[in-house]
Design a binder for this molecule. Structure first.
Ligand SMILES: [Zn+2]
Length: 249
């Protein structure tokens, strides 16, 4: 199942990032992934589909690109559930597959697609991941990994990354130090983004302006916290703080 495993693969991981398609995690929060890696926090990625219905590229090309992107970001392991691009639904079977992945990696933090998005797959993915995060903690939902029964695990934090639909972030991470380097992971998806030599049809994300738009978004989020670049997230719960100085320093 795994499409990429780094030589330093670790389990459990600190963070698990889900995407509907290979490239979603990178487009929304590549610099956050790289920053976590620099802080020695292990990160895994789980793509729900192989993006095989995308206008550009092929299943095989996108798989190679996803591996390359993962290696740029120091991802410990990347899994693809192959649930069917444009076709997957929020079913018991699919929820259980995602629950298995959550229990396998036992993350403290999960990154998921935000609920309001341009692509319908992203909207369904958001709901599916949200439900799986909750159900993964229920003892009586039984799942297996390599034929072994799994123990329940509910991630402590669920953060939604802001991708195509602009949203007012609840938290913004300063990614000024990793933003430039993280672009290499996005450019690994050569089949998807601007390439003047491509003979394939133009898409929403293959326009030259699309990549410039990503930079502009990171600059706006950065500006909101007095940094050069930022990546924003939504959190649908109240954040409790143990000591005042944890945050207000
Ligand atoms: Zn996508």
């Amino acid at each position: 199942m795994s499409v990429y495993q780094s030589p330093k693969s670790s389990n459990p991981v600190y963070a698990l990032a889900f995407g509907a398609h290979p490239d979603d995690v990178e487009l929304a929060c590549a610099a956050t992934m790289l920053k976590l890696h620099d802080e020695k926090k292990s990160v895994a990625i789980c793509d729900l589909t192989e993006g095989e219905k995308g206008t550009r590229g092929t299943r095989e090309i996108r798989q190679r690109e996803a591996q390359e992107a993962a290696s740029w970001l120091g991802i410990t392991e990347r899994i693809n559930l192959n649930l069917g691009d444009t076709a997957f639904e929020n079913t018991l079977e699919n929820r259980n597959k995602i629950i298995s992945v959550i229990r396998y990696f036992q993350p403290t933090v999960v990154f998921a697609t935000q609920p309001e998005e341009r692509h319908p797959d992203h909207i369904r993915a958001s709901r599916l991941i949200t439900e799986a995060c909750f159900y993964a903690g229920l003892q009586k939902i039984e799942t297996h990994w390599n034929n072994q029964p799994q123990t329940p695990h509910r991630p402590k934090h669920l953060l939604y990354y802001i991708q195509d639909r602009f949203a007012e972030p609840d938290v913004i991470l300063d990614v000024s130090q990793t933003y430039e380097a993280s672009r290499k992971a996005i450019l690994a998806y050569k089949s998807q983004f601007f390439n003047p030599d491509s003979t394939e049809p133009e898409t929403f994300i293959s326009r030259k302006e699309f990549l410039e738009g990503l930079d502009a978004k990171a600059r706006v989020f950065g500006e909101m916290i007095g940094a050069k670049y930022g990546e924003g997230f939504l959190i649908y719960r109240h954040l409790g703080i143990a000591t005042f100085s944890d945050v207000f320093r």
